[in-house]
Each structure stands twice: as C-alpha cells, then as structure tokens.
Design a protein around this ligand. Structure first.
Ligand code: NDP
Length: 337
C-alpha cells in the first residue's frame, strides 16, 4: 500500500469485469490511480447501489459492458477529491446515475473513480449519500415515471387507480411510496404474496397477481387503470395497456419479464391510451434535477428506510445473482470500502 503525493492511498478496491476466455467475468480487484480513465474529476465513492442492470452485468447474465475491462456499477455517491474544472471543487458531494456507467464509462463499484464532470449531479438537498443511493437509478426512474404520468395529465390524486408492476422491486417500491404520498390509490402487481404486507405498508391498497398479467390477453379488456408504471414489459405491458381507461397512460421503463411487446394498437386508437417511454440513462440534466427535487418533496424517508437494505461490498456478487432471479426486495445500498 502506498500514499500518493495528494495523500490518497492506493491500491484500492474495485469490482472489475474482465474478459476471461471470451466471456465477461466480474471479480474484486486492486486498482491504482494510474489505472483509472483520464477524466476531469476524481471522486472518492462512499456508496453505490444495486439495480437490475447491475445484476446482469456482475452475474454475467447480460452483456452490459460494451468494452472490457470495465468497472461495474451504474450509480455512485461520493466526494470530489480533485477537479480540473471550476464547477467542481474538492469536498463537493456528488451523485452519478447512468450516463453509460458500467457500459462505456467506468462505474461506481470502486473506492475511487475518475469521471467526466458533465455527468456529475450535486448531492440532492435533503438526502445523505446513503439515501441518494437507496433511491439510486431505480428510484430516480420511478420518479421520472410518476412525473411522466402527471405531466401527461393521465393521473390526478384521488381519481382512479394507478397500477405498479414489478411491485416488490426497486422501481416498484419507490413508485408505490411516491404515488401513495401524493394521494393516489395504488394497486401493486406482484408475483410474491409474501410481500403483500410490506407493499401495503409502503402504500399499496390492492393487489394483482403477476400471473394474471403474464399470459397473452384480449387486445381490449375491462378498463381499470387511469395510469400505470410498468417495469416488466412483454405480455404484462400489453395487458396493462388493454386495461387502461379512456385517455389514460402507461409509463414503461423496464423489461424484467421480457423485451417484447405483443399487443395491438387498439388501446391507443380506440381509447386514446398513451404509452410513455421512460429512460433514465441519457435523461438530460434538467430532467434529472426535476426528478430529484420531486423525490426530495414527495418521498417519505421512513418508507425509504423500510424498503432499503444496506450491504457490504463483499455481498455484491451474491446479490447480483439474486436480483436476476427476482429474489431481492426493494433497494440495496452498497457500502464501498
Ligand atoms: P428489480 O429486480 O428490483 O425489480 C423487478 C421486479 O419485477 C421484481 O422484483 C419482481 O417483482 C418483478 N419480476 C422479476 N422477474 C419477473 C418476470 N420474469 N416476470 C414478471 N415480473 C418479474 O429491478 P429494478 O427495479 O432495478 O428494475 C426493474 C426493471 O426496470 C428492469 O428491467 C430494469 O432494467 C428497468 N430499469 C430501466 C430503467 C430505464 O432507464 N428505463 C432504469 C431502471 C430500471 P415482484 O416479485 O413484485 O413481481
């Protein structure tokens, strides 16, 4: 172990995906500052998080990294150590969500990371670094989804039911918490009856079984949802669209059940139902700031704590396997040490 001129200690810990006999394989590694990319801001990372995409990358079940070696982790929270640009100074608290981290840019599963300054967001007011990672990409995407439905004019508190699919997952649990705080009647679609009490505590008032939406259904079904947030895709999304009320909308952000969309245009052309696509990775900074401000205002901190599990860096490989099997619940904060 050596200390650099700036007083930083190397080598440090990172989870790196490398090419092993033609396949991406993740493992803990020691890096030095010379190994990091040549970007304009160096951040010491205190916390990261686990998202579905991280699960795919770390378990090797999905090809997320587009070049290797790659430091995984699509989220990070930490403190600026060194900056070549005037907007950021040593000591500034920052978060990064998406922007190609773990795909084309080295990500948050490392004690230090060198980052492009344009990707940094100031730690949102009212949140600790750990809370910002409890929200992470999944939670900030949930906020983008609720905002998309509200701005479209599809949903209004106190009017109609809003469905959340993949309810016990990261996007789902934050979406339920946000919607309930805003005064919506929230229905949770989940494959796990064992999670009903947990989801009820977050604000769900009724439940739909995951299996009830998983098979191909009729193109138009009984109208029930004024809006929906879908992180599942495939038949589930097609059925949700077919059950959405006249003039309603569905915010689609995920593919936990499949990337296909085997539906018809009928809900759109006969009921004016809108399918609103939500992307968090390349969302412009203004949209991010709006989502974080919305979270600061509308996310109950007690519920955030209830849906969060904090784990050590060493737990990450096992958790990556678990999230891919749909065995995790809510959000996971990773303490980076
Ligand atoms: P999680 O794994 O935490 O949540 C997904 C949930 O979906 C599970 O908890 C489970 O909920 C349900 N589920 C799992 N497998 C299946 C299946 N085969 N069929 C139907 N439902 C299933 O993941 P995240 O919340 O982190 O992400 C959810 C999805 O959203 C992912 O596809 C992810 O890639 C996507 N995403 C997209 C973003 C974007 O920018 N567009 C950003 C963030 C996430 P239950 O047990 O309650 O049924």
């Amino acid at each position: 172990m050596t200390t650099t001129q700036a007083g930083l200690i190397e080598p440090f810990n990172a989870l790196v995906i490398r090419d092993v006999e033609g396949k991406p394989k993740a493992g803990f590694d020691k890096l030095t500052f010379a190994d990091l990319p040549d970007n304009d801001v160096l951040v010491e990372i205190s916390h990261s998080s686990l998202n579905y995409k991280d699960g795919l990358a770390v378990s090797g079940k999905g090809r997320i990294a587009r070049r290797l070696p790659m430091v995984a982790g699509i989220d990070l929270a930490g403190t600026v150590v060194r900056s070549k640009v005037s907007e950021w100074q040593a000591g500034d608290k920052v978060v990064v969500n998406g922007w190609g981290l773990s795909e084309t840019e080295w990500g948050g599963y490392s004690q230090f990371q060198s980052l492009k300054s344009k990707y940094l967001t100031r730690l949102p007011q009212g949140f600790t670094p750990a809370e910002a990672m409890a929200i992470g990409t999944a939670g900030y995407t949930a906020a983008l989804c609720v905002l998309a439905l509200e701005e479209w004019g599809a949903i209004t508190p106190g009017k109609g039911e809003v469905l959340v699919t993949g309810a016990a997952g990261g996007v789902g649990t934050v979406a339920i918490s946000l919607l309930a705080k805003r005064g919506y009647k929230v229905v949770a679609a989940t494959g796990r009856e064992s999670q009903h009490d947990f989801l009820r505590d977050l604000g769900a008032t009724d439940f739909v079984a995951r299996a009830a939406l998983a098979e191909a259904g009729k193109p138009l079904q009984a109208e029930r949802w004024s809006g929906a947030i879908d992180s599942v895709g495939s038949n589930t999304l097609a059925n949700v669209l077919a059950q959405t009320t006249y003039g309603g909308a569905v915010a689609a952000c995920g593919l936990a059940g499949g990337a296909d969309l085997p539906g018809t245009v009928l809900p759109h052309i006969l009921r004016g139902v809108a399918l609103l696509g939500v992307d968090s990775v390349m969302a412009p900074q203004k949209k991010r700031d709006r989502a974080w401000a919305y979270l600061a205002e509308n996310l109950d901190r007690t519920k955030l704590a209830a849906l969060t599990t904090t784990v050590s860096f060493a737990d990450l490989p096992d958790l990556a396997q678990a999230i891919c099997k749909g065995e995790t619940r809510g959000r996971y904060v990773i303490e980076i040490t």
